[in-house]
Design a protein around this ligand. Structure first.
Ligand code: ZN
Length: 157
């Protein structure tokens, strides 16, 4: 039976030291694809190290600058983290509690912002837009905490 080799994130033992930019671009994209959540430059460095790749934050910043110029990654300014760019994302919902990020497709928003760009002669409108709030999981957790009487209150009885 033929074995199918899957691309591995593990470093090739023979290669070490200086990595070329294409190699780092490839690594960073694979890491972002694997975790499917926004990663900061330092998280990328840590994750890369776990797979045996030694890179420094400056290499990540340079790589991200190139990849975002090419429209391959996005930087979420509010959480200072990077995500793979996916077509059809108009909006990101960012939870202030757990920092979870949800992609939302909302073409009407993008077209409204495009109109605004023309009408207001305001060029630097960034799409996707980041919207901040609280995810259901965080809200449920808060509700549960406020519903349970604290130990102090029980002791008072
Ligand atoms: Zn949350």
């Amino acid at each position: 039976m033929a074995t199918v080799s899957t691309p591995s994130l593990a470093a090739t033992p023979k290669r070490s030291g200086k990595r070329d930019s294409a190699e780092i671009e490839c690594l960073v994209e694979r890491l972002l694809r694997q975790v499917d959540r926004p990663l900061t430059a330092y998280e990328i460095v840590e994750l890369a190290a776990r797979y045996g790749h030694s890179i420094v934050p400056m290499q990540v910043y340079r790589t991200m600058a190139r990849l975002s110029e090419q429209g391959r990654v996005l930087r979420l300014e509010s959480v200072k983290a990077y995500l793979l760019a996916k077509p059809g994302t108009d909006l990101f919902l960012v939870c202030g509690g757990c920092k979870a990020v949800k992609r939302v497709s909302m073409p009407s928003l993008s077209s409204a912002l495009s109109q605004l760009r023309h009408r207001a002669s305001f060029r630097s409108i960034r799409i996707p837009v980041e919207v901040h709030g609280e995810c259901n999981a965080c809200r449920d957790q808060k509700d549960r905490q406020s519903a349970v009487p604290s130990i102090d209150r029980i002791a008072d009885r």
